[in-house]
Design a protein around this ligand. Structure first.
Ligand code: CP
Length: 337
């Protein structure tokens, strides 16, 4: 049985397999390849794209899905062991995961970062608890550490825009740039873009102001993946220099290194000049695309004029969530037969 929650579950070969299959199924639809399969989705946090795209995958593939929202209709859930459950969470993952596994063929969970301590979020306690106690394959719909489906959809988008045969992206320069926001946001999306682009062999340029470093373990994993794929990763505090000549510019807001002694919302608002706009894009390659996972705050993280320009790939990225997720669902179900 294969859980698909982190890049470590796929590695370089697995990522290539997903991208190749997704490209192939975009040409020749697989039809009702999920006939009779039932996906159980458990959300701890809101969603537009993730929920809609997974429901679409199951419906179009001939399967079906059920959706539960923890704390809203379904019980609030505890993942910690060895503590008396005297708080506001009456259900434990130790029972919930195996119980749900008796009803469905596949589970999917979304649980965001707690945003108190990067080391705690990096350990991914809720997703790891579901991995330990689910008895059917588990797919992440975004966890504290990673947003695997988003990272794969992003690489599929890059592959379609400027990949070689089989979507080959080796050596292609892409920039992931920090962007301003009104409050600290999780690091799962930047972590996953970094890991996926490194595994795809890109020259990944990570640009952020000092104090917004991504977790050391994620940076190390990205370096290891790049070493296997022929890619590279480097970090810059100079946004313009990082973007120069890039084939893609990915904007994303994320919070400062945590725990943080300063005023985190104030830190998020201290670099308004990092907003990504057409003037910055002009430094990238002539055919460069602009990327964001969505939802995006217009004229805060990204200039509205750039989002509305032909360079923007954000809707393609969102569509590609469907295409990579139907491959992941298929892979996970086959791993359980
Ligand atoms: N990008 C993404 O995961 O979107 P949702 O939060 O709307 O699911």
């Amino acid at each position: 049985m294969k859980h698909l929650t982190h890049m470590e579950d796929l590695g370089v070969a697995g990522l290539q397999q997903v991208i190749r299959q997704a490209l192939s199924w975009k040409q020749a639809d697989p039809g009702k390849h999920l006939a009779d399969a039932l996906l159980g989705m458990l959300f701890f946090n809101p969603s537009l794209r993730t929920r809609a795209s997974f429901e679409a995958v199951m419906a179009r593939g001939g399967g079906s899905s059920l959706v539960l929202e923890s704390g809203k209709g379904a019980w609030a859930m505890e993942h910690r062991d060895g503590i008396p459950m005297d708080g506001d969470r009456p259900e434990h993952v130790r029972e919930a995961a195996p119980v749900l596994s008796r009803y469905v063929d596949l589970l999917a969970v979304r649980s965001f970062a707690a945003l108190e301590d990067d080391a705690q979020d990096e350990a991914d306690p809720m997703m790891r608890a579901f991995r330990a106690h689910a008895t059917v394959p588990l797919i992440s719909m975004e966890s504290a550490r990673e947003h695997l489906c988003q990272g794969l959809a992003d690489v599929l988008t890059l592959a379609e825009r400027f990949g070689g045969p089989d979507g080959d992206l080796k050596g292609q320069p892409v920039t992931l740039s920090w962007a301003p926001h009104r409050k600290p946001l999780p690091k799962a999306v930047p972590n996953s873009f970094l890991l996926s682009a490194a595994a795809a062999g890109c020259e990944v340029r990570l640009a952020h102001p000092p104090g917004f470093e991504l977790p050391a373990a994620v940076m190390q994993q990205a370096d290891d993946l790049a070493a296997q794929s022929g890619g590279s990763v480097y970090v810059s505090h100079d946004q313009s220099a990082a973007v120069a000549g890039s084939r893609a510019v990915y904007a994303k807001a994320w919070g400062p290194v945590l725990p943080c002694a300063g005023d985190a919302p104030a830190m998020m608002q201290a670099h308004p000049d990092w907003q990504v706009d057409s003037r910055l894009m002009a430094k990238a390659a002539g055919d460069a695309c602009f990327m964001h996972c969505l939802p995006v705050r217009r004229d805060l993280e990204v200039a509205a004029e750039l989002l509305d320009s032909p360079a923007s790939a954000v809707v393609d990225q969102a569509e590609n969530r469907f295409h990579v997720q139907r491959v992941l669902v298929d892979m996970a179900l086959k791993s359980f037969k």
